[in-house]
Design a protein around this ligand. Structure first.
Ligand SMILES: NC(=O)c1ccc[n+]([C@@H]2O[C@H](COP(=O)([O-])OP(=O)(O)OC[C@H]3O[C@@H](n4cnc5c(N)ncnc54)[C@H](O)[C@@H]3O)[C@@H](O)[C@H]2O)c1
Ligand SMILES: [Zn+2]
Length: 362
């Protein structure tokens, strides 16, 4: 195993193993990080089938498993209750451990089961989608959706270890893969110009999912997210930069009733927020063009396919839970790799300027 990336949080720290074939060492890592525990794997049924068939690696862990139907519609209190009840019925107790194998839906749902089962049992996150590897599995946020909105019920429950095996991305559907790349573009934009430049140069290699490129992509993005969330424990507030592109993205998702996949919304959000940074005099207009060019190379939309009333998007933004009082605040870039410090790493923007900026993508 190569050196894991380490994430620190208020209660301790955990390793993120980023390595081709790492999932094949699951048994060993379970013994190391969940010693003496009765372990259940929770996976969505589609991912579990791939795992059983050896498509996510030849060496498999053979323990007890609970599955649920794949998709965001399973990320509910109902599925959480069903999985928790199943563990209780099978006699799992305080000495349990959970493995969350799958995309971000599994990570959030199984992580929330682990957070609440017997008031909390340890969990290993084993992300298999690009989005889950470089975003959802790192940071400790778990939870479910409700009719009122996404991720409204949940808990902070950092994993004891994360196993991000880039080789598992070979079977990921193309649209999911491309959507995950938007988060990598975000990581380059907020923290690392060299990484951003590498993605520009190696866009084709990345799109072909060449293993070495996948490993570098996942590792660098995980390092960036890990550094930001770890640092946030000491100097609070910088974590807000991870929200780049997301104020607009969440509003687009809400306004379209989640018809746009999250990663695509993030790409669009990055374009609109770069335009906003330019209109506020923080960044050059060429920044947005550079970001849009890379997103386009990754096959991601930089303009909405169907028109959407700007007012609806604005309304979605105003109700974003991250906004203090009534001002709409954004984490904005100055240039590639550098974010505006502002007040708590966010900047308030007048509605009129937001409208104009949204015009770049709508
Ligand atoms: N906790 C956090 O910090 C955080 C951050 C970002 C996103 N999220 C959450 O993540 C979720 C989205 O994650 P997602 O895009 O991974 O969705 P997902 O878990 O639904 O996975 C997408 C699809 O890919 C399939 N899949 C996963 N891995 C595969 C593989 N290796 N091969 C083939 N198919 C595979 C799944 O079965 C599913 O159909 C959302 O619910 C979002 O709220 C959480
Ligand atoms: Zn995101």
């Amino acid at each position: 195993m190569t050196e894991p990336v380490v994430v620190t949080h208020a209660l301790g720290s955990y390793p993120v193993y980023v390595q081709l074939g790492a999932l094949g060492s699951l048994g060993e890592l379970v013994a190391r990080h969940l010693p003496g525990r009765r372990v259940a794997m929770i996976a969505d049924a589609a991912v579990h089938q791939l795992y059983r068939a050896g498509r996510l690696g030849a060496t498999r862990w053979d323990g007890e498993t609970c599955t649920f139907p794949p998709g965001e519609s399973s990320k509910t209190r109902e599925t959480w209750a069903r999985l928790s009840d199943e563990l209780l019925r099978r006699g799992f107790g305080r000495d349990s451990g959970i493995i969350a194998l799958g995309g971000g839906v599994t990570g959030d749902l199984a992580g929330f089961v682990a957070a609440t089962f017997m008031r909390g049992v340890p969990c290993i996150q084993a992300p298999t989608s690009l989005l889950a590897m470089l975003d959802a599995s790192v940071g400790g946020k778990t939870g479910v959706d409700t009719a009122e909105g996404k991720n409204l019920i949940g808990a902070f429950h950092p994993p004891v270890a994360v196993i991000a095996d880039p080789a598992t991305l070979a079977t990921l559907p193309d649209r999911d893969y491309r959507a995950g790349l938007a988060e990598a573009v975000k990581h380059g934009l907020i923290a690392d110009a060299e990484y951003f430049g590498w993605m520009e140069r190696e866009a084709d290699t990345i799109l072909r999912r060449e293993p070495a490129a996948l490993e570098r992509l996942v590792r660098r993005s995980v390092e960036i997210k890990a550094a930001v969330v770890s640092e946030d424990e000491r100097e609070s507030g910088r974590r807000a930069i991870l929200n780049a592109g997301h104020s607009v993205a969440h509003a687009l998702e809400r306004a379209t009733n989640y018809a746009i996949p999250h990663g695509e919304a993030v790409g669009l959000g990055l374009v609109a927020e770069c335009a906003l940074a330019a209109h506020l005099g923080l960044a050059r207009p060429s920044l947005g063009e550079r970001v849009a060019t890379l997103l386009r190379r990754f096959g991601l939309p930089v303009r909405l396919a169907a028109p959407l009333p700007v007012g609806e998007v604005l309304a979605g933004m105003a109700s974003d839970k991250k906004n203090r009082a009534s001002a709409i605040r954004f984490a904005l870039p100055r240039t590639v790799g550098v974010m505006e410090r502002g007040e708590g790493w966010t900047v308030a923007a007048p509605e009129q300027v937001i409208r104009i900026s949204l015009g770049h993508i709508i």
